[in-house]
Design a protein around this ligand. Structure first.
Ligand code: GLV
Ligand code: MN
Ligand code: MN
Length: 414
């Protein structure tokens, strides 16, 4: 009789696929750029679909470009357990974020099919079209599509920073923007995501597996500071209304507030742009982004209103105007307690060390958790580095994560 010890993902194939997917969208200076519906994204989607087919899975794409590989069940054929992660990257991202959950998911379903035959409940792996919000302010576009949370109206409204609309992006690659609502599905019973930790906990403690308990909530805002353009040589310092100096003070204030509040508060000003952008003109207008996260939504909302108050006070003091616009909000999420137990028990039975931990990074699972029982497996990120070219997880950790995923899916579906 087969046991979970018979289920192990092959290291060679996993290594090869991480490297090959990690070369799609690689920039000469290092790091990946694989944005929703761009050429690298198309090549990556083709590649993973080919790997799904090679694994003997039934493949299909939906209306927003999510790619699925299905291992049909024998009895409960109408319902599905879904695994997978996102195929897009941040600008200059690494080759594990999102990608590991896809190649690990394909490997898990392949080994299950080969060693255990067909499951009782259907299993699917998905390469989710978009999670990062790198190209459009529409993060989690793929999962929102599957959960029926996108609309043709949103698609018509969204553009990238160059003004290219999602409608044009989709049309260019043969997707029908009006069909976006068709991506919705109601047959998914569970979502299980394998992902790198992206932080320092597992690596720092020498723990092999993270069983995720919850994911921090976040808000993205765009702050615009307006002052007055003036000559850099002829305008005395006390006559200036310098938008860049105001924005810089606000950015420092945000950093100090987050540090002063202490862990697990995190606040990031990752983008800043000045107009007119001349070396010899006082800046008239500056926009900057704010990304604020905390596992407690009430604490996070309180911090946001504190930041807003302090930005307004700084603006007033320096004779500036400030406008703050919300761009994205994702509430904190709890992972399913029963599935956390299955993960922990299966890790124990496999002899893998594990610890429970909460995620500061956002994930597709954050959204799925509000709709179906959801769980996440983390594997270590060396040095806690992620969203950069040096992001790295040793092969044995990737294999362990994918093997645990396969064993968990076995327990759920066979
Ligand atoms: C995505 O990785 C995010 O946490 O913003
Ligand atoms: Mn990411
Ligand atoms: Mn990710």
């Amino acid at each position: 009789m087969a046991t979970i010890d018979d289920i192990s993902v092959s290291p060679d194939e996993l290594r090869d696929r991480i490297e090959r997917l990690g070369a799609v969208g690689e920039r000469p200076a290092g790091g990946l750029v694989r944005f929703l519906y761009d050429d690298a994204w198309c090549a990556a989607a083709d590649l993973v679909e080919r790997w799904m087919r090679q694994a003997g899975l039934q493949t299909r794409r939906d209306a927003v470009g999510n790619v699925f590989g299905r291992l049909p069940g024998t009895t409960e054929t109408e319902r599905t357990i879904l695994t997978g992660s996102h195929i897009d990257t941040v600008r200059g991202g690494g080759k594990y974020d999102g990608a590991l959950g896809i190649v690990g998911g394909i490997a898990a379903l392949a080994v299950l099919k080969e060693r255990m035959g067909r499951p009782r409940r259907s299993l699917e792996v998905v390469a989710i079209c978009e999670e990062e919000g790198s190209r459009i302010a529409g993060n989690l576009f793929g999962s929102r599509g599957m959960l029926g949370l996108t609309s043709a109206a949103e698609t018509a409204r969204l553009t990238d920073p160059d003004g290219v609309s999602v409608v044009d992006m989709m049309t260019r690659i043969g997707l029908d923007p009006a069909a976006v609502p068709d991506a919705a599905r109601r047959d998914v019973d569970h979502f299980v995501e394998l992902h790198i930790e992206q932080g320092p906990v597992l690596d720092g403690t020498g723990t092999q597996i993270g069983v995720v308990t919850g994911i921090a909530g976040m808000r993205h805002q765009l702050v615009t500071v307006c002052g007055q353009p003036d000559h850099a040589g002829a305008t005395p310092m006390d006559r200036r209304r310098d938008a860049l100096q105001g924005a810089a003070r606000m950015a420092v204030m945000i950093d100090e507030l987050a540090r002063g509040t202490g862990e697990p508060t995190v606040a990031t000003v990752g983008q800043m742009q000045a107009w007119p952008g001349s070396v010899n003109t006082v800046a008239e207008r500056v926009t900057f982004s704010l990304d604020l996260r905390h596992p407690s939504d009430p604490v996070r909302l309180e911090l946001l209103s504190e930041i807003e108050g302090r930005c307004r006070a700084l603006a007033e003091h320096h004779g500036l105007a400030v406008e703050i616009v919300d761009r994205w909000e994702e509430q904190a999420a709890q992972m399913d307690a029963g599935l956390q137990q299955v993960l922990a028990d299966t890790a124990d039975d496999s002899g893998f060390s594990w610890s429970a931990l909460s995620s500061g990074a956002a994930h597709d699972s954050q959204l799925w958790a509000r709709h179906v029982p959801t769980s996440m497996i983390f594997v270590p990120s060396v040095g806690g580095r992620s969203h950069c070219a040096v992001e790295y997880t040793p092969l044995e950790d990737c294999v362990r994560g994918a093997t645990l995923l396969a064993r968990v899916l076995y327990r759920m579906a066979y």
